[in-house]
Design a protein around this ligand. Sequence first.
Ligand SMILES: CC(=O)N[C@H]1[C@@H](OP(=O)(O)OP(=O)(O)OC[C@H]2O[C@@H](n3ccc(=O)[nH]c3=O)[C@H](O)[C@@H]2O)O[C@H](CO)[C@@H](O)[C@@H]1O
Length: 368
Amino acid sequence: MKIVVSGGGTGGHIYPALALIREIQKDTKDAEFLYIGTEKGLESKLVTRENIPFKSIHITGFKRKISIENVKTILRFFKGVRDSKKMLKDFKADVVIGTGGYVCGPVVYAAAKLGIPTIIHEQNSVPGLTNKFLSKYVDKIAVCFDEAKKFFPQEKVVLTGNPRASEVLGNDGIKGRLSVGLKTNLPVVLIVGGSRGARPINEAVLKSLTELGRKPYQVLYVTGDVHFEEVQKEVELIGNPENVIIKPFIHNMPEILAGTDLTIARAGATTLAELTSLGIPSILIPSPYVTNNHQEKNARSLSDHGAAELLLEKELTGKKLIEHMDQILMDDLKLNEMKKAAKKLGIPDAANRLYHLMEKLVNSIGSK
Ligand SMILES: CC(=O)N[C@H]1[C@@H](OP(=O)(O)OP(=O)(O)OC[C@H]2O[C@@H](n3ccc(=O)[nH]c3=O)[C@H](O)[C@@H]2O)O[C@H](CO)[C@@H](O)[C@@H]1O
């Protein structure tokens, strides 16, 4: 089977696509893949390092305000559709799956117009602009939250969960810890601001750095690639405590998560799928800068069930961060309750569910 996957911009759209590819590769040697993304998005780096054939189109996102840029985006969209059609025909795609981000718009639309079976995967509880647009044209819509169903045509929607939830299972946490220089005998707090890092989280962590150095736990603090140098400069002035390891980006996140006791993160949907699948307690600081405030809604779907604590960015300080961490890590009962609550919300077989949906769709169309 020839499978085209498209999704990009940020890790939250790319890692689910990669996890689906790996699930299919585990099951069959007969699948061929083509990933269509943009050169500028994180996908051009992440996909090529996995040795998956990658092609790009040029496309930008819509601005919410009326602007001349939007006219250019419309022109780029139609050019993107033409380029995608050519790529899909040359590759002879049997099915096309979009995992979100604006690059999916022209690719999945082109596939639908060519009569190729199409699926979109929506990670969030509130869908993005591209998936809402595409929902009219695609055959199936895979969602990760029941709350997301109401935004789409009912006959197309299936709850699959996020394939990344499956991929993070069964990894070696000790190997993960050793890979970044963490000790094996102390609890680990992972601090990460989503795939691109988050300045407000970085500021709060820097304010609490000295205090963190006195704690009976260790911290893996991931700054985000673009913020790393700036953070390092500050750290040189403050001093880097021995129990705090600082990295720009983590490429072996499944192993790292397997060795993590508590996570402090933004509330990107893919991160949340990983945390619930593994049953990792978290303190979530949703980004208020996203469409329809969807990260807060994502976060509440965990915090309402006791799987996470919600800390709004407007209330975020270094002191608050440490208080929350201490309260959870110093209380075994609470930690265990949160673990159990998180695990209950996970969909660990999500990759298989999405793969199955894809196979069923291709077979049903093939037999018409
Ligand atoms: C600002 C923005 O628009 N963010 C969106 C984006 O977030 P973002 O790209 O930050 O997505 P998520 O937090 O959902 O997922 C990040 C992914 O990157 C991985 N990772 C992260 C850091 C790192 O160093 N290494 C690493 O591998 C995580 O394990 C996870 O698989 O997509 C999500 C999923 O649609 C949305 O919910 C978010 O609102």
